[in-house]
Design a protein around this ligand. Structure first.
Ligand code: GTP
Ligand code: MG
Length: 320
């Protein structure tokens, strides 16, 4: 389904087909991309792009509706990436979902980056151990990727951390435009390397720094929406998980119940995009509390986890 790759059935000129195949490794990737983006990326005219996209959609049966029962079956059988904390996995419905964007928000030191590192290791585990047998792409906007820490965490699984480090592709994003471009150009990297997890740590920093204040808001929102759309497309086309991190803001008018006045940054335009949103907060010492904050299918529950030298682990049970 998602990995269908038979471009030979497309009835379009050979030269155009070649250009499209260079940019889009699967029919699903082509079928889910807006024709305008195909025009830009492949440097072909609009009618050819539309023809190619429409044919790709038909070939993979993308517009055929499925029943809610089939949808449920699909969701239930989708693999998830374990967080290495059973409690946290449980409130997430079994771990980090593929085909969706999962956002972790929290103040500094709440464990967002540590969780991201743990997922980069765990995605490489076999299915029966809570992984996806795949690799990770880590988009680092704050220059905080720490290979020594990832190596330290991987000692729980291997004496040879290099094996794990070799399966994590790290790209430093220098500004918002660069961050967007990395994601837009990720198709080939994902397909060639069997990437099943993309981390964006953090989603917010460049956008907030480069587009401050009300005057810049429309432009920022527009860029964020397009960026989110590309991420969601990748999640669905390649059945991979997307984990983003976000900062939090104090908003006395917050409409989110139970969050105090704290809510994730980037406002409503971005806020609608992640499928699951989780808020992290500190407890004593190395203990952290995760709370499902906004999700169409997960209840508003909390879980406790520990940041240990070995990585993320279960915390003590909640005492309420
Ligand atoms: P910001 O990026 O600043 O917003 O914070 P964050 O939420 O990404 O925090 P991060 O995940 O970087 O760190 C959370 C906590 O993990 C820190 O307060 C430390 O207690 C712990 N931590 C970070 N690095 C290490 C490490 O190498 N070993 C151990 N044992 N703990 C660490
Ligand atoms: Mg961080």
């Amino acid at each position: 389904m998602a990995k269908k790759n038979d471009f030979s059935s497309l009835k379009i000129a050979k030269e155009i087909k070649q250009r499209i195949e260079e940019e889009f490794p699967t029919l699903m990737a082509l079928a889910t991309t807006p024709p305008d983006e195909v025009v830009r990326r492949c440097e072909i005219n609009k009618s050819s792009a539309e023809r190619a996209v429409h044919q790709a959609r038909k070939l993979i049966g993308m517009s055929e509706p499925i029943t809610a029962a089939e949808l449920l079956e699909k969701r239930m059988t989708k693999p998830r990436i374990t967080t290495s904390s059973q409690q946290l996995d449980e409130i997430l419905g079994g771990g980090i979902a593929v085909g969706a964007i999962t956002e972790f928000s929290g103040a500094f030191s709440t464990g967002k980056t540590q969780l991201a590192f743990q997922l980069c290791i765990n995605v490489q585990q076999p299915l029966e151990e809570g992984g996806l047998n795949g690799k990770a792409l880590f988009i680092d906007t704050e220059n905080t990727f720490a290979p020594t820490r990832v190596a330290e965490m991987s000692y729980s699984y291997t004496d040879e951390p290099k094996e794990f480090l070799e399966n994590i592709f790290v790209t430093r994003a220098y500004n918002a435009d660069h961050q967007i471009q990395i994601v837009q150009k990720a198709d080939r990297l994902i397909q060639t390397n069997e990437i099943r997890l993309i981390v964006v740590d953090s989603m917010a920093s460049h956008f907030r720094a480069e587009f401050p204040g009300k005057d810049n808001l429309p432009r920022r929102q527009q860029m964020l929406m397009a960026h989110a759309e590309t991420l969601q497309r990748l999640a669905e086309s390649y059945e991979l998980a997307i984990m983003t991190t976000n900062q939090i803001l104090s908003n006395p008018d917050s409409i989110f119940s139970g969050s105090g006045s704290l809510e994730p940054a980037l406002g409503f335009a971005w806020g609608h995009r992640p499928t699951h949103r989780i808020l992290l907060r500190k407890s004593r010492g190395t203990i952290r509390i995760a709370r499902i904050f906004d999700s169409p299918e997960l209840a508003e529950r909390e879980a406790v986890f520990h940041i240990t030298p070995q990585g993320i682990r279960d915390g003590p049970p909640l005492d309420y």
